[in-house]
Design a protein. Structure first.
Length: 241
């Protein structure tokens, strides 16, 4: 297996933990980010990952960035689609922009990035794709019609691409994190977070490293026969069949 991994949104939060964990496994990591230069510089300095400023909602930008990564680091064997945003609001107040921004950044980005790497992976008969979905794509969440739809869409995308790719030595899996302590959840009101923690059997939020550990497993040769799967990592908050 070549050892080049792309992690979108790889310079902060869960993505940073994934970058760190893959670096610890000796992957060369291309960490994509959107606009937070300070976090990107710190990530590069601390982890040795190469950082790339790429809007994953932009198809052409993804194509160009993957070409650049393959020129600079080599063929991509692992893609982690982790970049994501929320723009919450009840549907009766949701703007078309809040809908499309969330759909494009979370879900269309999976198409954009997978489309850019898939031909090379098929040619080399080797690849690992991990899509970071969400508990709220599994169960739905009040105030998140856009986000729940995007994250549920990622699960269907994962299952379809897994079937297309299995015979080519490529696995495609999704992880559905529960509530994880990052900037994304830090922006939620404290009383909302406390009420969420009361619904988690493990009685705490998850850590970014707990998602990264699952990514490392799915990226490894030990997971060669795991494809099309949805791995829930949520402290028991939502136990899907
Ligand atoms: P953060 O808000 O902490 O980080 C988001 C990352 O995505 C940042 O690196 C950001 O870049 C990047 N990003 C955002 N928009 C774009 C874009 N258009 N193009 C490229 N990169 C972009 O999020 P988390 O770490 O909390 O979440 C990571 C993933 O996990 C997301 O997909 C999220 O939906 C999912 N998730 C998170 C949960 C949680 O509880 N935290 C629960 C379930 C799922 P920059 O730093 O430049 O802004």
């Amino acid at each position: 297996m070549t050892n080049v991994a792309i992690v979108t949104g790889g310079t902060r939060g869960i993505g940073l933990a994934i970058t760190q964990a893959l670096r610890a496994e000796n992957y060369q990591v291309a960490a994509f980010y959107f606009g937070n230069e300070e976090a990107a510089q710190k990530c590069a300095a601390d982890t040795g990952a190469k950082t790339y400023k790429v809007n994953v909602a932009d198809f052409a930008a993804c194509q160009k960035a993957v070409e650049q990564v393959e020129t600079e680091l080599g063929p991509v064997s692992v893609l982690v689609n982790n970049a994501g945003i929320t723009k919450d609001g009840m549907l009766h107040k949701m703007s078309p922009e809040s809908w499309s921004d969330v759909i494009e950044t979370n879900m269309t980005s999976c198409f954009n990035m997978c489309r850019a790497v898939i031909s090379g992976m098929r040619d080399r008969k080797l690849g690992r794709i991990v899509n970071i979905s969400s508990i709220n794509g599994q169960k739905g969440q009040l105030g998140q019609c856009n986000y729940s739809a995007a994250k549920a869409g990622m699960l269907g995308f994962t299952r379809a691409l897994a079937q297309e790719s299995a015979a080519k030595g490529i696995t495609v899996n999704a992880i559905c994190p529960g509530y994880i302590a990052t900037d994304m959840t830090a922006s939620m009101p404290q009383e909302v977070l406390e009420s969420i923690i009361r619904q988690i059997p493990a009685a705490r939020m998850g850590k970014p490293e707990e998602i990264a550990d699952m990514v490392v497993f799915l990226a490894s040769t030990r997971a060669s026969f795991v494809t099309g799967a949805t791995m829930t990592v949520n402290g028991g908050q939502y136990i899907a069949a």
